[in-house]
Design a protein around this ligand. Structure first.
Ligand code: C6P
Length: 409
């Protein structure tokens, strides 16, 4: 057993989903970049909410509502502490990264971005960090610029700098690529964007599960992530925004909880963060997300990073020993996400055969079609690793790939 396995020795037992056979085989879950499995600690917190305090929040004067409100706001404080945000009201609960980025595109877009203004993204973005800006472009006549990636799968830093200019209003980029595993130098990119006078949005969907984030140290203006990728529930996510910006931005959804008073003539909006949280929130989701971040803190990012680095190195070695396997992207600094191709086998066929062997990977464009276009492929197979993976998973993956090669020989 390797050191990484001993560091997180009892972690697997905390994920009940692992305790099952798939097509009669041990489950090797290598799709955590799509969504992470959930630990009992989180599942219990969600069940506890529905069992004991199932009430609406911010509205009721009764006991259950007060308990639910306290738990919901405690979860917000947990998120604040996790991100080292200056204020809890800088944490907006959304339905996920996609929702968070759309909120910025609509609200910041309405406030700050007009015809001819520029939004800069990178070529490695998830569709969630492309399409909202295209919609904004359609509404406003703004210009969407793209900083290319190198063939290794890193942001081309020179081209990034060259794309910044006095018309750049917002730079939006991912901290960790979901298709390539690339870890971007967030603080440096943010500094360069700020020097050009632009605001910065960081897509941290793949980063929060695997590396510590300090929004004050990074100095980003916005940061988005999803609960479900960090061992929390689906349907809940976060938009962090700097207080001054959020104060100035208009709400984009109207409804309950986001108002102070309503008449048919005029409505006044609630204070942050409620101004951006119209309607009944995903209360159990927020509570579960708070628990998930506590769980991550309990493990410690040091242990998480060490475990994943060992697995990544071993997985890269093992995969590269397979004849006919080609890695897609070899970034300088990467997290536990590996995209690859096998000669003569379409990624979807490969994914189906791996599934028969109990190995769960993702096959497709990973909602990052421009990345696929860069490499001239329609799809890749993608294995992604988390804290509950071990070397048996790598062995099972390699054996399953060899089996697929036998079948296609
Ligand atoms: N990537 C993947 O398999 P949502 O769907 O809103 O929770 O997250 C969207 C998103 C945004 N940015 C990045 C970098 C992401 O990886 C994702 C989700 C999953 O890669 C599902 S497509």
């Amino acid at each position: 057993m390797s050191k990484a396995d001993t560091t997180l020795l009892d972690v697997r037992a905390q994920f009940p989903c692992l305790d099952q056979k798939v097509h009669g085989k041990r489950l090797a879950y290598l799709d955590s970049a799509a969504t992470a499995l959930k630990p009992v600690y989180v599942i219990d917190a969600v069940a506890h909410h529905y069992t004991n305090e199932s009430a609406n929040i911010h509205r009721g004067v009764h006991h259950l509502s007060e308990k639910a409100t306290a738990a919901f706001e405690a979860a917000r404080e947990t998120v604040r502490a996790h991100l080292n945000a200056a204020h809890a009201h800088e944490v907006i609960f959304t339905s996920g990264t996609t929702d968070s980025i759309n909120l910025v595109a609509q609200s910041f877009g309405q406030l700050e971005i007009g015809k001819g203004d520029e939004i800069l993204v990178t070529e490695m973005e998830h569709h969630s960090n492309i399409v909202p800006w295209q919609l904004l472009r359609e509404r406003t006549g703004a210009v969407l610029r793209v900083a290319p990636i190198t063939d290794n799968g890193d942001v081309d830093r020179e081209a990034f700098r060259a794309a910044l200019n006095e018309r750049t209003k917002l730079v939006a980029f991912t901290a960790v690529s979901n298709a390539l595993g690339t870890v971007n130098p967030v603080a440096e990119l943010t500094r360069e964007a700020h020097a050009a006078g632009a605001s910065v949005l960081v897509d941290a969907a793949q980063a929060v599960p695997v590396q510590p984030i300090d929004v004050q140290a990074l100095d980003c203006d916005f940061l988005a992530f999803s609960g479900h990728k960090v061992f929390g529930p689906t349907g809940i996510g976060v938009l962090y925004g700097k207080e001054g910006l959020l104060e100035a931005m208009p709400p984009v959804k109207g409804g309950g909880d986001m108002i102070l008073s309503v008449t048919f003539e005029k409505t006044t909006y609630n204070a942050l963060p409620h101004k951006f949280e119209a309607g009944t929130a995903h209360i159990a989701g927020a509570i579960g997300l708070g628990r998930a971040l506590e769980f991550v803190r309990g493990l410690g990012y040091g242990a998480i990073e060490a475990h994943e680095a060992t697995l990544l190195a071993d997985a890269l070695n093992a995969l590269q020993s397979i004849d006919g396997l080609k890695l897609v992207g070899t970034p300088a600094n990467r997290k536990g996400i590996i995209s690859f191709l096998i000669d003569g086998i379409h990624p979807h066929d490969l994914g189906t055969i791996l599934d028969q062997e109990g190995v769960a990977v993702r096959a497709g464009h990973h909602c990052a079609q421009p990345v696929m276009q860069h490499y001239g492929v329609a799809a890749t197979a993608r294995a992604s690793f988390s804290i509950y993976n071990n070397h048996d998973d790598i062995d099972q993956l390699v054996a399953a790939i060899r089996k697929a090669q036998e079948i296609f020989r």
